[in-house]
Design a protein around this ligand. Structure first.
Ligand SMILES: *Cc1c(COP(=O)(O)O)cnc(C)c1O
Length: 425
């Protein structure tokens, strides 16, 4: 039995399913997950010392490549001064100022320790600030695992949804409307019916949790104007896209200004940091200023913040995003070309340092279209790439991530491997 398989068997004895987050378990592609020993730049090494080119990047945070020397140094230096104090630090002001300076819609920001905490807190804040109960989310968008967000669409467009997890009582999601991404008519209809009780819309402005789905022209603009018209708040969940799709996230690319934004992943540079921020008048509803309670023992942790700060500093170097986006383009277009040459139906898309590979003829724009992708072909592709030393997300419905360390040599090695795999599909 391989060392990875042995570790997996051992892990399953003490950890449910052998993993601490479900998608790591390879259940949708089959086989034993690779246990990672170390990582450097664009590479990870597993328990058998097999090296892989990595397109998971810790699911987004590793935008500079793994173990960037300046990030590691910052963490080491911060750790020597103590791991956590439960009292404010100057570095928290530094990172708050860095976020506020770069994302114009954020006037004030509060730090948390994960994306889940950020979205859960932003929704509580939206409800507290508006005095309303209902929220709108879109099928296929993931906003962490808070109870009210673990919902899929119900039978009719304007019926309330069904829980996607056991342990979430119907009552807890009674106020969550689940609509179709990229369908502004459904949002208009929801406001017509429930307009004065809708606290907020939460949306991934580029969806990265149903593979990669971009907003069609008019969709985000429509959300913005409906929210403004009905006094609801627009929350951009940029946990994945923040500092990843571009230097100011998707809001910078589209020029659409949300009321609140959630961040995590990149802003921690590989350490647990999340944040939610936005208009000062809304943010001032949070305790200790206002009546919306939100707290965290390790929020703004000094070691985590040190990693985030130096990451944001390095991302601000001129040309970083142009280079990142160029490498991602080479990968996405190169994959599509290789597939075409082999007669394999594969569409690809990308934005900034994230990309989508779709085993179908054209780029999907809806959740329903995404479900039509050929999952069996993806599985073969995934394992074919894995044995050739390239690690993609072990699911057909996840976006992929390129880092600043994915140079031409790495991209070309990936495309060479893909050419071999496509020839066998
Ligand atoms: C990853 C993700 C989350 C959840 O973040 P965690 O840190 O895993 O809790 C929320 N929203 C989006 C868009 C994400 O991609």
């Amino acid at each position: 039995m391989s060392r990875n398989a042995q570790l997996f068997e051992r892990a399953c004895q003490s950890i449910p399913g052998g993993v601490n987050s479900p998608v790591r378990a390879f259940r949708s592609v089959g086989g034993a997950p690779r246990f990672i020993k170390r990582a450097q730049g664009p590479y990870v090494w597993d328990a058998e010392d097999t090296r892989y080119i990595d397109y998971v990047g810790s699911w987004g945070p590793a935008i500079l490549g793994h173990a960037h020397p300046e990030v590691i140094k910052a963490v080491q230096e911060a750790a020597v001064d103590g791991l956590s104090f439960g009292a404010p630090t100057e570095a928290e002001i530094d990172i708050a100022e860095a976020i506020v300076a770069r994302i114009p819609s954020i006037e004030k920001v509060r730090l948390v320790s994960s994306g889940t905490e950020a979205t859960m807190s932003a929704i509580r804040l939206a409800r507290g600030a508006t005095g309303r109960s209902k929220i709108i989310k879109f099928e296929g968008c993931y906003h962490g695992h808070a109870d009210s967000l673990l919902v899929k669409a119900g039978s009719g467009m304007l019926t309330f949804g069904n829980p996607t997890s056991a342990g979430v009582p119907e009552e807890f999601i009674r106020h969550t409307l689940v609509l179709d991404y990229n369908n502004i008519d459904s949002v208009e209809a929801a406001f017509a019916e429930f307009g004065d009780d809708i606290a907020c819309i939460i949306v991934e402005p580029v969806a990265g949790n149903m593979n990669l789905v971009k907003p069609i022209p008019g969709f985000l603009e429509g959300l913005r104007s409906l929210c403004t018209q009905h006094g609801a708040l627009l929350i951009f969940d940029e946990v994945m896209t923040g500092f990843r799709a571009g230097p100011q996230g998707v809001q910078g690319l589209t020029g659409i200004t949300p009321d609140l934004t959630t961040l995590a992943k990149v802003i921690g540079g590989g350490m647990p940091v999340g944040a939610f921020g936005g208009r000062a008048d809304i943010m001032e509803h949070i305790a200790p200023l206002g009546s919306v309670y939100q707290a965290g023992t390790l929020s703004g942790n000094p070691v985590a913040v040190a990693a985030g700060l130096v990451t944001l500093k390095l991302l601000a170097e001129p040309g970083f995003y142009d280079r990142l986006s160029e490498q991602t383009r080479k990968l996405a277009e190169g994959m599509a070309e290789r597939a075409r040459a082999a007669g394999v139906p594969l569409a690809t898309d990308y934005v900034g340092g994230m990309f989508g590979l779709y085993f179908t003829d054209s780029i999907p724009t809806t959740f329903a279209q995404m479900q039509q992708c050929n999952v069996e072909q993806f599985k073969k592709f995934f394992h074919g790439m894995l044995i050739r030393g390239v690690y993609f997300a072990p699911s057909a419905f996840e976006a992929g991530f390129v880092s600043g360390a994915h140079n031409d040599e790495v991209i070309n090695a990936t495309l060479d491997a893909a050419e071999e795999v496509f020839a066998k599909l």
